[in-house]
Design a binder for this molecule. Structure first.
Ligand code: HEC
Length: 175
């Protein structure tokens, strides 16, 4: 009788600990992209510029592509495939006219970054991400990982259509 009670309380405590552990783990997962587990790399906003671009159409954004030191060195040395540890960040903002600047010019010619849309990362790890050309992907909105697996499946599906010689990266280094 007594043992039965102790045993059931041990079982209840274990179940409780497991629940707490999985809630904590679930919380951490929310910071990471599904499938790839990519998190926002610390200090990415200070990385060096690879290039910039403007997407028209429904995206209508301005974007900056930045690289960590490993990615920048690979770009400058022409090293392909990118070495493990290379990370490329794509920041994007709505493409908006600047009333402030246009008042100075006297005509609408200045377009600047408006609100941020999303930030994407391509992370090179040839072993961990062997099935997707060695690249892991993540997309973040307001600092939170987009948790759509379907979205994550589009990343390499489309990047794989790029040149293998460019290691499935579209952006070229802008001197
Ligand atoms: C429909 C095709 C397509 C899909 C889907 C796509 N990309 Fe891209 N991606 C591109 C193209 C094309 C560029 C270059 C765009 C430009 O510079 O105008 C690009 C650029 C990038 C860059 C800058 C480095 C590079 O490869 O040029 C990153 C980082 C990136 N994409 C990550 C992602 C992530 C993460 C996802 C999934 C959430 C994703 N992409 C989905 C086509 C795609």
């Amino acid at each position: 009788m007594k043992w039965a009670r102790i045993r059931s309380s041990v079982i209840a405590t274990t179940a409780c600990v497991i629940t707490v552990m999985s809630v904590v783990a679930g919380g951490a997962d929310e910071e990471a992209s599904p499938i790839f587990g990519v998190k926002i790399p610390a200090g990415y906003r200070d990385w060096q510029m690879i290039s910039v671009a403007h997407e028209a159409g429904s995206l209508n954004d301005l974007r900056a592509v930045l690289g960590n030191d490993i990615a920048i060195k690979a770009y400058r040395d022409g090293t392909r495939p990118f070495p493990d540890g290379a990370i490329i960040a794509r920041l994007a903002w709505k493409y908006v006219p600047s009333d402030e600047n246009n008042a100075i010019f006297g005509q609408i010619q200045s377009f600047v970054p408006g609100p941020a849309t999303n930030t994407q990362f391509s992370v090179k790890d040839s072993k961990k991400y062997a099935d997707t050309g060695g690249w892991g992907y993540g997309q973040f909105e307001d600092g939170k990982a987009n948790r759509s697996e379907a979205l994550m499946q589009t990343c390499f599906a489309c990047h794989a259509r790029g040149n293998k010689a460019d290691d499935f990266v579209f952006t070229h280094y802008t001197p």
